[in-house]
Design a protein around this ligand. Sequence first.
Ligand SMILES: NC(=O)c1ccc[n+]([C@@H]2O[C@H](COP(=O)([O-])OP(=O)(O)OC[C@H]3O[C@@H](n4cnc5c(N)ncnc54)[C@H](O)[C@@H]3O)[C@@H](O)[C@H]2O)c1
Length: 440
Amino acid sequence: MMITYRKGPTMSTEKDGHTPRPTGETSRREFIKVSALGAAAAAVAVSPVQLFAAGQDTLKVGLIGCGGRGTGAASNCVESSDGIQIWAMGDLFGDRLQGSRNNLKNLGDGYAVTDERCFTGFDAYQQVIDSGVDLVILATPPAFRPIHLDAAIKGGVNVFMEKPVATDPAGIRSVIESSKLAKEKKLAIVAGTQRRHQTSYLECMKRIQNGDIGDVVGGQVYWNQGGLWVHKRKPDYTDMEYQLRNWLYFAWASGDHIVEQHVHNLDVMNWSMGGPPVKAYGMGGRQSRTAEEYGNIFDHFAIEYEFANGVRFQSMCRQAPGSDSRVAEKIVGTKGWSNPGGRLEGATPYRHNGRQDRNPYVQEHTDLIASIRSGEPLNEGQRIAESTLTAIMGRMSAYTGKVVTWDFAMSSELNIVPSTWEFGALQTDPVAIPGQTPLV
Ligand SMILES: NC(=O)c1ccc[n+]([C@@H]2O[C@H](COP(=O)([O-])OP(=O)(O)OC[C@H]3O[C@@H](n4cnc5c(N)ncnc54)[C@H](O)[C@@H]3O)[C@@H](O)[C@H]2O)c1
C-alpha cells in the first residue's frame, strides 16, 4: 500500500542529508471532560481522579511504534497511574509488534490488547488512533512524528511522544501547528524529555532560575558514547525496509545522532536559558563509522550555540566505538555553576539526594495522566519542537559549514523525509561535506 504523507520531492533536493470513534468512546471522552469541568467547579461530589482510581473508568492507551522505547513507555505508563490499559498496538513490522506483545502481556490488567486491535504497515498508526483510545504513545523513528501527531490531535486523542519530534524544519512547523490545535482542543501532549520530569533536574533548575548561580554566562552540553546496534541487511529487504530497520543511520529517519540523542542535553540548555538560541556555528564529520551499514550520518559534531543576550554554549556529541563517554550538562553563572542533574556550586551550593526520587520515565506518564484527568492538559509540544529544531539547526550548520540562524532554520524549505511510503527503492543521499553541501 502506498500512502502519501507530505507534498514535496520524493527525496531531498539538498545534499546535507541525513475519527470517527466508536459511539461509546465519544461518551467516554465526554465523561472525562464533563467530570474534569465538574471537579474544577467543585460541583461534583467525586473527582474524576477518584472515579478513575476506583476503576469506574479506564484510560485506554494505544502504542504506535513497538520497539525498545515504545514497549518501555507502555509499561511505564501502566505503572504510573491507576486505571490504565494498553488497548491497541501498531508497528510497521509484524515481528516487532509480536515481540512487544510478548513483553507487555506481563502487565496483567494493564494489558487489554486483542488480535483485532493489532495493526501493521504504514497506516497502522491511523488504525490505532481510530480504535477507541484516549491516549497514544508515539515511539516510531522521529521522521514519522509530525504525521502521527497530526493524526492523533485531529482524531481527538491525547499524546505521549518520544523525542525528537521531527528530522527537518518542515516537520517542526507541523508539530508546532498540531500543538496549537491540541491547546484549542484541550488535549495533552507530553514529550519523552524525561529530565523535565526528574526531581533532581527540577530542583536544580528552580535554583538556577532563582539566581543561585547568578546570571547564566555560558555552559557545555555533551552526549558522547560508543557505538550502537546495526541490523544486517537480509536479501529480501527493499531499501525502505533496510533503512527503517536501521533508521538510526539515515538522516531523514533519525535526524542524525545530534537530533536523535543529543536533543536531551540541548533541551536542558534551552531550559536553563528560558528558550532556544538564535544562532548555531558547528562542525562535524565521520571517521570511525564509514562503512555503508552506517548510512549517511556523521559520527561526531561540535556546535557553538549563541543566545539573544550573547551567551554561548558549547555542545558536542559523538558515537564512536572505543571512545570515552560523557553524557552531561554544565551551566556556568556569575556566582557559581551547576550540573543540573543534581548539583550547584558557588555562592549557594546544593547537592540533590535522589534516593527517594521516582523513575522519570514513569513520572512523565504520571504527570501526563494526572493532567488529562484534572482537565488541565499539559502541552509540551512547542517546547520539544524548539529543542528538536535547536538540534536540527546545529546539524544544518555542521553539514554545510555555515552559520545558521534560528529564523533561517525555522523557515527553511529543507524537507528530507520521503513524500510517499512504500516498500521499494529509496536512494541514500550522500554524506554531507561542509563547504560543499548547500544550506537550504
Ligand atoms: N526518551 C528516551 O530516553 C529515549 C530512549 C530511547 C529511544 N527514544 C526515542 O524513541 C523512539 C523509538 O526508539 P527505539 O529505541 O524504541 O527504536 P526501535 O527501533 O527499537 O523502535 C522503533 C519501532 O518503530 C517501528 N516503526 C518504524 N516506522 C514505523 C511506522 N511508520 N509506523 C509504525 N511503526 C514504525 C519499528 O518497526 C520499531 O519497532 C525514537 O524517537 C528514539 O529517539 C527515547
